[in-house]
Design a protein. Structure first.
Length: 263
């Protein structure tokens, strides 16, 4: 029996957390490591990841620059839930049998395709903006005491998908990583509160926290070009490599190392 791909799901039920940017940079990082990668866009109505990949594929200089691409499939929802779930299962089985890694980008809402996609995860990466507002997706916090009242709907959904995996007979435990995205350089009270609350919640819900991607314009500015910061060493016209980009690459390397595919 051939070994199934390692599956990385990038998920969060709140929009604007950088899921597609994280997905794209993960995909290119893994390709540049020499791994074969399949990718699935469940967030196919927003379709940010699909458009990112299409922009990359459409570049006239793609072959000249040797810009790697995944085998990518978008699975948009239709009015037929049963057919949608069968389609996603079919796409997943196909890619998981052909590649070393499958990366799944999910919508910023609770949706049956997102739930099914989450149930495939070996590693779940949840980008979280470093804000108490965004923490609400993981837990409900008492405003006066700053104590966690209970895990939120998304945390409960992740727990439910873990049970689905168990019922399918999958023994591998999901490694849930919360990625503190868009970190501020200021040691503000908000930042300290986030650190304390996330540490407490990590023990209760079962995830680990790692530093994420800083608030860097470079992550967003290359979308229309179909590029990632990993491509800038090729000295592409219009983009100058800077020390900020070096720091951004170190952030991304930290994420890939944290996933630990070689362990």
């Amino acid at each position: 029996m051939s070994k199934r791909a390692h599956v990385i799901v990038v998920g969060n039920e709140k929009g604007g957390t950088g899921k597609s940017t994280v997905s794209m940079h993960l995909i290119i990082s893994l390709l540049e490591q020499g791994r074969s990668v399949g990718s699935i866009d469940i967030d196919a109505r927003q379709a940010t990841l699909s458009r990112y990949i299409a922009n990359r594929e459409a570049r006239k200089d793609r072959e000249e620059l040797a810009l790697a691409l995944p085998e990518h499939v978008a699975v948009p929802p239709t009015p037929d839930r049963e057919a949608d779930e069968a389609r996603l299962q079919e796409v997943f089985d196909h890619l998981a049998a052909r590649h070393d890694v499958v990366v799944i980008d999910t919508p910023g809402s609770d949706h049956y395709l997102s739930r099914l996609g989450h149930s495939f995860a070996d590693t779940l990466v949840t980008p979280l903006n470093d804000s108490l507002i965004d923490l609400d997706v993981l837990a409900l916090v008492e405003p006066g005491t700053m104590k966690i009242r209970r895990p939120s709907q998304y945390s409960e959904m992740v727990w439910e998908t873990k049970k689905i995996r168990a019922m399918r007979g999958e023994r591998k435990v999901v490694d849930w990583i919360v990625l503190r995205n868009r970190l501020s350089n200021l040691d503000a009270r908000n930042k300290r509160d986030m650190e304390k609350l996330l540490a407490e919640l990590a023990k209760r819900v079962g995830f680990r926290v790692i530093p994420g991607l800083g608030e860097r314009v470079i992550y967003r500015s290359m979308f229309l070009e179909g590029l990632t910061l990993l491509d800038l060493r090729r000295k592409i016209l219009g983009f100058d490599f800077s020390m900020s980009h070096v720091a951004a690459r170190q952030e991304l390397r930290g994420l890939v190392d944290a996933i630990g595919l070689d362990r």
